[in-house]
Design a binder for this molecule. Structure first.
Ligand code: HEC
Length: 164
C-alpha cells in the first residue's frame, strides 16, 4: 500500500469500529424494549389466564360475558355472599392506567401483589384476594396493567411514578 493511503486505511478502520459500537448499543436498546414486551406478555398471561383478575375487574356485557372494550376498568361484582356481611366490596375499582395503576407507583403495586398491603398499609376487602406473587410476576402484572390506557384511551395521563 503506498504510504499516503495508509492514513486513510486507519481512518476507515476507526470509523468501522465506531459504527459497530453504535450498532451494538442499538441492539442492546432494542433487547431492552423486547424485555419489556416480554414482561407485558407475561403479565397479560398472569392477569387473564392465571389470577383471573378480569372475573371481578372487567364489567360484563348483557350476556354476562366480560366486556373486552372495558377490560379491567372496574365492575359491579357478579357474585354476592350467601349471608349479608359488611366486610364485602360490591364493586371492584378500575385497575388500568385511568384508575389504580395511574395513581400507584410500580413499587406500590408490587408490594400490594406480593404482600396484600396497599400504600396505606391496609389489606384488601373481600372478595379481593390477598395475592402473594413472586416479585418478578408482580412486576410483570404491574407492567401489563400500565400498558392498558383504560377509560378515555390514549389521551389519559401516563401511569404512576416509576421506581425502576
Ligand atoms: C374475586 C374478585 C377479584 C379478583 C379475582 C381480583 N380482584 Fe382486585 N379487587 C376486587 C374488589 C372487590 C376490590 C375492591 C376492594 C378493595 O379495594 O379492597 C379490589 C381491589 C383491587 C385493587 C385496589 C386495592 C386498594 O387497596 O385500593 C387492586 C390494585 C386490585 N384489586 C388488583 C387486582 C389484580 C391485579 C388482580 C389479579 C391478579 C385482582 N385484583 C383480582 C376483586 C377482585
Amino acid at each position: 500500500m503506498p504510504y499516503r493511503w495508509r492514513g486513510i486505511g486507519v481512518v476507515v478502520l476507526v470509523l468501522a469500529g465506531m459504527l459497530s459500537a453504535r450498532a451494538e448499543e442499538k441492539s442492546r436498546a432494542r433487547s431492552g424494549s423486547a424485555a419489556n414486551t416480554d414482561l407485558v406478555k407475561q403479565g397479560e398471561y398472569l392477569v387473564n389466564e392465571v389470577a383471573h383478575c378480569s372475573h371481578c375487574h372487567t364489567p360484563q356485557d348483557e350476556k354476562g360475558r366480560p366486556d373486552r372494550s372495558r377490560l379491567l376498568q372496574g365492575a359491579t361484582l357478579p357474585i354476592r355472599p350467601k349471608k349479608d356481611t359488611e366486610n364485602w366490596a360490591g364493586k371492584s375499582p378500575d385497575i388500568t392506567r385511568s384508575g389504580v395503576t395511574g395513581e400507584w407507583s410500580e413499587a406500590d403495586m408490587i408490594k400490594f401483589l406480593t404482600t396484600g398491603k396497599n400504600p396505606e398499609g391496609e389489606g384488601p376487602t373481600p372478595p379481593m384476594p390477598v395475592f402473594r406473587l413472586h416479585k418478578e410476576d408482580a412486576r410483570a402484572v404491574s407492567h401489563y396493567l400500565k400498558s392498558l390506557p383504560g377509560k378515555g384511551g390514549h389521551k389519559r395521563k401516563e401511569g404512576g411514578k416509576d421506581t425502576e
